[in-house]
Design a protein around this ligand. Structure first.
Ligand code: BTN
Length: 245
């Protein structure tokens, strides 16, 4: 066995998130079950985008947590938990200049180093199971100029064991899930690490108008609070908002 906890390990698969959802449809896995792949043929990013990664170079894994029985109002807690777990994993491995770009991209300086895709199973208005898909750039030494990405290797000059990082990430996720009753603390940590905080950014509205706003914080339901040039506070929903980061 590659790991001493319940998991599935693939040399190649379509997507660990797809495999996790498929696995959930057939079984009742233990919370913290991990699916990990050396390569994905159809890796998924947010908003239907692809997630591409070299073979055996980066951490590509999904974790199943549940049954949660959470209100759907608590959905953003999953983003807090997963972003902070990856943030801490990277911090522990000597990464500097880390931040969390709303809602859950992890940045080193101005480059994306990790992405998260959360897919949920909701039954009777309750969040029952979650699949937290994590893509962390670990040992990759080159990225195409068209993507603004970095890796742990590029940031630290050191190569890391993908399996050691996977084990520690699972531990951190479990720890943050257990801290579930202290979501205010997690939100405060998240806001302390917020990318672009107190900076002026351009925001494209639905009518294509562009306005300047100062990024303030993220609230408990996951909306971004920004201040416009008249000093008014706007509450922005993810997916409907286009920010020129
Ligand atoms: C994003 O930033 O757009 C999210 C990227 C998430 C990628 C990971 S890689 C492991 C897991 N399986 C997938 O198909 N996607 C996630």
């Amino acid at each position: 066995m590659r790991f001493d906890f319940p998991h599935l390990s693939f040399t190649s698969t379509d997507s660990t998130n797809l495999q996790a959802l498929n696995y959930l449809s057939k079984t009742n896995p233990e919370s913290g079950f991990m699916l990990i792949a050396d390569f994905q043929t159809a890796g998924k990013g947010q908003f239907g985008r692809n997630w591409e990664s070299e073979t055996g170079t980066n951490l590509l894994c999904s974790f199943i947590f549940g049954p949660l029985n959470w209100s759907i109002k608590q959905l953003f807690n999953l983003h807090l938990i997963s972003a902070l777990a990856i943030f801490r994993l990277l911090e522990e491995n000597q990464l500097n200049k880390l931040s969390i770009k709303w809602p859950n991209d992890i940045y080193a300086g101005n480059k994306k180093i990790a992405g998260i895709l959360i897919q949920n199973i909701i039954k009777e208005q309750k969040l029952q199971w979650t699949v937290i898909g994590c893509g962390i750039n670990v040992n990759q030494s080159q990225f195409s100029d068209t993507i603004n990405a970095s890796s742990i290797f590029l940031e630290t000059g050191m190569k890391f064991s993908i399996d050691v990082l996977a084990c520690r990430l699972r531990e951190l996720l479990i720890e943050y899930f257990q801290a579930g009753h202290r979501m205010e603390d997690l939100l405060a940590k998240y806001n302390a690490a917020l990318y672009g905080k107190n900076q002026l950014k351009s925001l494209r509205l639905k009518n294509d108008e562009s306005i300047r706003v100062e990024i303030q914080s993220v609230n408990a339901i996951g909306n971004l609070i920004a201040k416009n040039e008249h000093g008014e506070f706007l509450e922005l929903t993810h997916g409907e908002t286009n920010i020129d980061w």
